[in-house]
Structures are given as C-alpha cells and as structure tokens.
Design a protein around this ligand. Sequence first.
Ligand code: ADP
Length: 539
Amino acid sequence: MRSTMQKVPLSTNHLLERGSRYFGAREIVSRLPDKTCRRSTYADLRRRALQLAAALAKAGVRPGEPVATLMWNHAWHMEAYFGIPAAGAVLHTLNLRLSADDLAFILADAGDRVLIVDDVLLPLADRLAALVHLEQVIVVPTTGAAVPAGRTDYERFIEVDASAYRCPELDEDAPCGMCYTSGTTGRPRGVVYSHRSTVLHSLAISLPDCLDLSCHDTVLAVTPMFHANSWGVPYAATMVGAKLVFPGPHLGAEDLLDQMEQEQVTLALGVPTIWMTIQQALDAAPSRWRLRRGMRMMVGGAAVPQAMIAAFERYGLSIKHGWGMTELSPVGTLSWLKPEHDGLAPGGQHNVRARQGLALPLVELRIMGEDGPQPWDGASMGELQARGPWVTGGYHNQPDDPDKVTADGWLRTGDVACIDGEGYMRICDRTKDLIKSGGEWISSVDLENAIMGHPAVAEAAVVAIRHEKWGERPLAVVVAKPGASVTAEELARFIEPHFAPWQIPDDYAFVDALPRTSTGKFLKTRLREDFRDWQSKTR
Ligand code: ADP
C-alpha cells in the first residue's frame, strides 16, 4: 500500500503567504537609528519581499546563490528573510560585530556577489569591499540620508512591478539561508538551512510547550537576525501572525524596557547577558516600567543562572530557558515543567527550569562517553550529540569531518552534558571550557551559576588557570553589582554547600566588566589569555 497523502514541498513562501493573507494588518514595528518607529504590516512585508525577489532575479541573482545581508533587526531585514529565498536564492546573514578580516573570509567562503547593507553600517561594508570582490552593494536608507554614488539605493532597487513575478518552483531541500558559527571555539563554519528545515523548526518552536507562539503575541526580537536567524522567531512569528517588534541598533537595557512597555510585549528573546543588564535596570527602578504581566522571555545561547529565573519571577516575568546552536537552526531543547512538577516549591521548579530542558519533537539527543552511549541518570556525563530534520549534517565547503559528525550521522555538539531520568538535559560545559583539576573534571557553568546567585554579583565567568600540582584550577572572574562589594572569602563560603571542597575556586579576580563574544556571550578565550600568568592560591 502507498500513502495517499499529497507531497507538497515545504517552503518559506508558505509562511509569508499565510502571515500576509490571514494577518495582513498585523504590525511590524522597527526602531530606527534616530529612535523613531517605522510601522509596517505583514501585507507590506509580502508586497515588498516579492518586489525584492523580482529585483534580485532581474539583477541576475540565480537560484541557489547566496545574497549577504549586513543589517540590524528591522522590517527591511524581514524583507530579505523572505525576498531572497522567494527568488530561490540563499539569505546569508553576516554578523556585524565581526572584524572586516573575519567577514571577508566568510564572504569569500560563501561566494557572495551581492550585499544588502544598512546605511549606518556602510563604513564596514566599504572596508569589506576593499578586501573581497562584491559586484553590487545595495544600501538600505534607515536614516533617510541619500545613498552615496556608486552604491545602489535599496528603495530604488525594489521599485519593480512584481505583479507578474512568479517564484521559482522550489524543492523543499533547496537551501534558503546560511549562517556561520560565531567561531567562539574555532574558525567560523557555514551552516546551510533548507526550506524544509526552516518550516519544521518554525512549527516546533511555536508549540505550547516551547514558545507557545500565536497571533495574540507581540514579540520583541532582541537576538540579532544575524545570529542563527534570531533563533528562527521571525519565520515562526510570520507563520502564526504574531506582531513583531524590532529594536534596530538600540540594545541598551532602558531602550529595550521602553519598547517592551510601549508595545506591551508578550514574548522577548535574548542571551543571558542582555537579561542581566535588564535585571539591573529593573532592580534600580522597579516601578519605572509597566510591563505586560506574565511576559515570557526566551533566554538561551549560554546557561541561565537559577537566580535569574527567580529574580524575574518577582516582577511577574517568566523565563523560558533553551539550548541551541547555529547548527540546530538553532533550537534543540527548551525547559518546560511537566504536570508532575506542579506540586514543587518555587525553588524546585526554578531548578528544573534552569536545566537546558527537553528535546523538541523530532530532535533526538544522546550522551556519548568513551565507552558508548551513557545512561539517562542525571549523573553520567559525556558529549552531547544531536540528530533531527533541522540539525546540520555537515558544513559548507568542508568535506565530511568526523570531529563534527559521527559515522552514524549524529552532530557532535562539543558540549558536555548529562540527561536525567525524566529526559531533562543539563549542559555541564563546553568541552574546551571544562577544568581538569587533579584528573577530575570541574564544570565552569555550575560554578558560574552558583556565584551569580550571590546578591552582590552582577556577572561571573570561571576559567581554567595552569597549576603545577593539579594541572588546572578554576579562576572566577567576577563583576560586582553597582554600589555593592564582595570578597573572595564571602563567595567561597556562599557556594561551599553546593560543591565538593576541591571544586571550589581559591582564586577570584574582581573586574569592572567581562569581555564578550560577537553574540554577547562571555569571551573565555580572552579571559584565559588575560589571566595566563595568574599565580594560583591553591596549594
Ligand atoms: P558559538 O558556538 O560560536 O558560540 P552558537 O550560538 O551556535 O555559537 O553557540 C552554541 C553553543 O552555545 C552551544 O554549543 C553551547 O555551548 C552554548 N549554549 C547555547 N545555549 C546554551 C544554554 N542554554 N546553556 C548553556 N550553553 C548554551
């Protein structure tokens, strides 16, 4: 017998059609460089995205070819998100915080000929154009200023009659987007998403147990659209018709809180370091902003300290903690409570939510130790490996690499994790961030979580320093909250109940700020460099 079901290829065009047909009047709000707001709708998005697709085809962009974007989060970037794939081409988002050298490597590796760039980022684009050959640089006038000679004005470029334009027939496995890993632990590598993977990922992250995304939501996408597609939320929000709010280049805590209040945001997303600054702003002026009660915050990209979940709950705001990677489109897990946790005290529930969580439907996880797959007992650690329809099976331009994908087709994430009997995954560390002291592994993530629970601590990162006797020892690099002070002895005493004595750092460095990666995570490679000559106090 054969199935009688139709074989309709999945594509991002369907998401755009659905959003604009059923929710055409829903708004997309973009904050411009001068802090005014540009308000457009899903109907505008469809019209202009198809104009962009028609213009790209007319300019000779071929199906399967990458088109690069160097842009902040706003409605023009949404047009690229849908217009480039609608032309059969591949949306290639560039991380605007990388150096011109790194970006030039990435442009050459992807083979981009066309770049769409925000006018405010033109100086960086000019440096790139001096390093790699770009045939066309299309400038988006976000400030309204005239586009310099020799560059194409985006608004002029898309002034084409798209009424007769027909999107090319798309195979669902055809590429629709690409993103390079941010290179925290090595050279950037290109991950190429397909129409199919993007649609399935959109469906999965919208589920009630995941983001619970619907047309009733107003979503503030703080996560950059150049970082793993802003976690896939622009596609999912269009599919369900949620109102979208974009901060443009204004990522300060007060700016974001103003926007949350003005638009009565119901769901916001960002990395923990963004939420740390927001928490500090709320603590300093608790009644300044009237936020929508029950606002959800999707936080991932780095571990969420349990103390942060509790702190936001006091303001009636709820954190959803997820784990993902560029290689997973990017969401792999999210931590939601099961009915059996209803009876737990708040502390117990926070503890469950601070884990990285349960795999999304269609994603499979396993923990691989030296002696094979590890039991799900909450204690056996090993490398986290993943498989699923939106998990990459390799990298652009790189022949099969057994360091990245196993012979039986699982992605090697480079994370060390364990999974408990209920299925909750917990990231213990990145392989390269684990600390090996006297032959035993110490998790930097666990120490950071515990130290950041101290009321005087704003941020903390733990890295390995060399030690003659023990090989490595943990060094905690700590930023105190403004106006607060704390000593090494107080911190050691504070975390003592949660660790074995040999796991507790003897070494603490107090600094004004921690270095960050281009995606806002703590930059541990720099910290290891900065503290290379630190003389450990451990005997
Ligand atoms: P990069 O690898 O360059 O940092 P990604 O954004 O793809 O870029 O980062 C993926 C990595 O971020 C994961 O492999 C993991 O180490 C870390 N990560 C993501 N989410 C979490 C989380 N919730 N808790 C701990 N680590 C996380």
